[in-house]
Design a binder for this molecule. Structure first.
Ligand code: CA
Length: 514
């Protein structure tokens, strides 16, 4: 077994061990360095003597400071490191990087469902919006019946999904921050995969009334057709018995299924993709293999005129200066700073900070702290200029590379990206997660070959080949790009779709509950 280490930048004084199972003490690296400790896979080895208080450099930046002398060849784990404090949000470089425009990429298409509002879906799904958690058992019951009895009659419709959540009542609905869960739910209902066919199931007495969730004008296609919001209210006097409610939901669903069944895929340019990227269950390889490949693919998508969102505030907070310098305009940079400041204050209310992010699994996988994790996370955004910023739950209205501010929590991030209008999701993982969404296909990218081998029927792409030296970042990035077009077209299904693995929608509610 040839010892294999990966250094990200020439000025780094640590490298990570790539070999499966790690390397034992006494191993001699090809450059002659003797390991004085056993170093697990994905963990860092000191390439030179690092003095106490000296900076430990990875991705060319200080991910921490040595708490004591660290001799060359030592295992550099998180207990040896003092984490740097968060970058202040003033005096940041604003729109200073002016990269050469990337050459446009023409001729790439996929087969999608064109909607009346101009957006394009990658799946044809009936979504049933709920105003409140109280109705979710009833909606679940109805969805099962719709799938069994109605869906076979509408072969062009892929699925029926109840948009269930824990919001809607027992909440301070006028408090600061309450607009976030409400607009999230509204905008998810308008996701391009649902074809504008909005139907709502309401209880009746809940705080989040249907008219508040979907005010007049919220559904453009309804206005064009001169139709009112389609609501089934369980407390309606007309309902006598449970079956009356179910019949009512099924009758309403059938009406929308008929219209969805008319939808046909047509050839559309790759610029109609709205891709959300995120990572979860990260390890030290995330920032070496999968995220750089996603970053290369992000550049391809931006060159093709598509929209790509990257998110996860706490996982990019430590690289804020990189992001503000890549903003196309000062306004974009200021919007990023505003979102970061809002999140700093949100965390401070709970007397937490960004260091609350890293998990035991992240650390076991070799990520010492959030600074190191952030540097590996940001590379998903590729190299294009950042042309827009979304607040949590807002709907995306532009093309290019967008910073969509969301928590890093996998399910909350995915939920907010769905609200933004995501029609394809890319998810990188090193430790492994079976994550999936019912509303939109999720392509999962493994950071290590060992994970891709063990989870061969859960991972869609193996970026571990980059660490193995058998493929380049560009090759894996291009492979992912092609797979995205196939999945968007419905020619291929992701493993999560194959097994129907779906995580719950989780609305981000920074406001109090009552
Ligand atoms: Ca995440």
């Amino acid at each position: 077994m040839t010892p294999l280490t990966i250094r990200m930048q020439p000025r780094d004084n640590v490298a990570i061990v790539a070999n499966h199972g790690g390397l034992p003490a006494g191993t001699v690296l090809p450059d002659g360095l003797h390991l004085c400790d056993a170093v697990p896979q994905g963990h860092k080895v000191a390439l030179v003597d690092i003095p106490s208080d000296g900076a430990v450099l990875r991705y060319g930046i200080a991910i921490g400071y040595a708490l004591k002398d660290i001799p060359a060849g030592s295992w550099v784990h998180e207990r040896l490191l003092q984490m740097p404090s968060a970058r202040e949000l003033d005096n940041l470089p604003i729109a200073t990087v002016k990269p050469e425009p990337l050459p446009t990429l023409e001729g790439y298409t996929f087969e999608g469902y064109r909607n009346a509002d101009g957006s394009v879906g990658t799946r044809n799904i009936l979504a049933i919006t709920t105003t409140v958690q109280c109705v979710s058992g009833v909606v679940e019951f109805a969805v099962e019946r719709i799938k069994a009895e109605l869906l076979p009659k509408f072969p062009n419709v892929d699925d029926v999904v109840g948009l269930e959540h824990t919001y809607g009542c027992g909440v301070a609905i006028d408090a600061d921050g309450a607009e976030i869960p409400i607009r999230t739910l509204r905008n998810i209902s308008l996701n391009p995969n649902f074809g504008g066919e909005v139907m709502v199931v309401s209880l009746g007495c809940e705080k989040l009334q249907p008219e508040r969730l979907m005010p007049p004008g919220a559904i453009p296609i309804n206005d064009q057709r001169g139709e009112a919001l389609d609501v089934v209210c369980l407390q309606d006097d007309a309902h006598v018995g449970f079956m009356s409610m179910i019949d009512s939901i099924m009758k309403t669903a059938e009406h929308h299924l008929q219209r969805l069944n008319q939808r046909r895929r047509e050839t559309v340019p790759a610029s109609e993709l709205v891709v959300g990227v995120q990572c979860g269950g990260s390890d030290a390889f995330s920032g070496v293999t999968a995220n750089p490949a996603v970053g290369y693919c992000t550049d391809l998508l931006v060159r093709a005129g598509a929209s790509v969102m990257f998110s996860e505030v706490t996982e990019v907070r430590d690289g804020i200066d990189q992001l503000t310098s890549r903003a196309t305009t000062p306004e974009v940079a200021e919007a990023m700073i505003r979102e970061m400041a809002w999140y700093d204050a949100y965390l401070a209310r709970g007397r937490a900070d960004r260091s609350a992010n890293t998990t035991p699994g992240n650390k076991k996988g070799g990520l010492s702290n959030i600074v190191e994790k952030a540097m590996g996370s940001i590379v998903k955004s590729g190299s294009a200029p950042i042309s827009g910023v979304l607040s949590p739950g807002e709907k995306l209205k532009q093309k290019g590379l967008i910073y969509a501010a969301t928590p890093a929590s996998d399910f909350i991030c995915g939920t907010l990206q769905l609200a933004a209008g995501m029609n394809l999701h890319v998810f990188t993982t090193g430790r492994g997660t079976p994550y999936g969404l019912a509303e939109c296909p999720v392509i999962k990218v493994a950071t290590r070959t060992d994970l891709a081998r063990r989870w061969h029927d859960l991972m869609d792409v193996n970026a571990g080949t980059i660490a193995d030296g058998t493929k380049t970042i560009e090759e894996v990035g291009m492979e992912l790009f092609q797979l995205m077009l196939d999945v968007a077209s419905g020619r291929k299904k992701t493993w999560a779709e194959h097994w129907k693995l779906h995580n719950a929608l989780v609305l981000f509610n920074p406001a109090p509950v009552t």
